[in-house]
Design a protein around this ligand. Structure first.
Ligand code: FAD
Length: 308
């Protein structure tokens, strides 16, 4: 086992965050932090030391990325591989861990190494409890996007590894492009989030226009994207969706189950609109409006327009 902590994400932004986690762990344990990039060196990744894995292409499927990382790890023997807990990253991490026969800690933070043991914090029960867990090294660890700040430590050290032939790993039959105009909710300053209180898909433009009026974006609870398919998957906020921290979060017709709260609880100001005065969302809100969203949303929009 080498004394390296690897950081991998398909997203350059998340990889810079992972490098902060990797550097922190490396400094604490006398190891070195290495950004692992598939295909090519990416400009947006800031790292002191890099390993460019050739053969996987620039934007590989999780199956291909996992195989490339596995081959690189078998050759270079890192002690830890940190992977961004994005939709693809979770798939990559679990596959790499299974192939290498390593433990996989998911969504961990505050990592430290004590001898041959990796210790970390994990939030469980949708953020209600922080558990301290440990596992043997080497290990794979996933880290939630936006948990760590982006690393700015840069350097020129670049190593390469040729993963060899990977085209037979999986056959791609078709690929659907992300919908044009899709926004990254993690960057939005204001989010209007739609829940099942919204009765029809045709009512969503009403919320979208409020979001635009606030200079923000439209998000949703999981049922609206995963069950009803009214909005793309990347719009759903919560435990299994994106974690957001906007200045303003307006929860419209959302009951506030803990899986949803887990993804928006760090918003600066939360406003909830719900007809049920006992809805749990009010406990996570700074301002609560007990009323019908079909009256409240147009009224807020009108008030905002009149102030222009
Ligand atoms: C493993 C697991 C992971 C999950 N991950 C997530 C996740 O990441 N994100 C997530 O969101 N959910 C997640 N869920 C689902 C979660 O448990 C809830 O089912 C979901 O959040 C409920 O969505 P909702 O609040 O929109 O709907 P509901 O719970 O049905 O709430 C609708 C609310 O709208 C209100 N309402 C109705 N009509 C109006 C009206 N006219 N005006 C105003 N208010 C009105 C109601 O009073 C109610 O409070 C997960 C579940 C599981 C099991």
């Amino acid at each position: 086992m080498s004394e390296q902590v690897w950081a991998y994400s398909g997203s350059g932004e998340v990889q810079c965050e992972l490098m902060s986690a990797a550097l922190e762990l490396a400094e604490k344990s006398g190891r070195s932090a290495v950004a692992v990039e598939l295909g090519r060196q990416r400009e947006e990744v800031v790292a002191q030391s890099r390993l460019v894995v050739k053969g996987a292409g620039d934007d590989p499927l999780p199956e291909v990325a996992a195989e490339a990382l596995t081959r690189a790890a078998r050759s270079r023997h890192p002690s830890t591989i940190l992977v961004g807990a994005t939709r693809n990253g979770r798939e990559v991490a679990s596959r790499v861990a299974a192939r290498l026969g390593w433990p996989c800690l998911s969504e961990a933070s505050k990592l430290s190494i004590d001898g041959a043991q990796l210790q970390a914090n994990r939030t469980v029960f949708a953020g209600k409890v922080v558990a301290t867990v440990s596992c043997g090294l080497p290990a794979v660890v996933t880290i939630k996007p936006a948990f760590y700040p982006k690393s700015t430590a840069s350097g020129k050290e670049v190593d390469e590894f040729d993963a060899g032939e990977l085209t037979g790993v999986v056959k791609l039959l078709s690929r659907r492009k992300k919908e044009a105009g899709a926004v990254d909710l993690r960057k939005a300053k204001a989010i209007v989030s739609a829940g099942r209180g919204v009765k029809r898909k045709e009512d969503l433009p009403m919320l979208q226009s409020l979001a635009e009026e606030l200079g923000g974006a439209l998000g949703c609870s999981r049922p609206l994207s995963s069950d009803l398919g009214w909005l793309p998957e990347e719009c759903h906020i919560g435990l299994t969706g994106v974690t957001v921290k906007p200045d303003l979060y307006v929860a419209v017709g959302i009951s506030g189950q803990l899986q949803h709260i887990a993804g928006m609880k760090d918003s600066k100001v939360v406003v909830a609109v719900n007809t049920d005065k006992d809805a749990p969302i009010f406990q996570a809100s700074d301002y609560g409006i007990v009323a019908d969203l079909y009256q409240v949303v147009p009224a807020i929009k009108k008030a905002l327009e009149s102030r222009r």
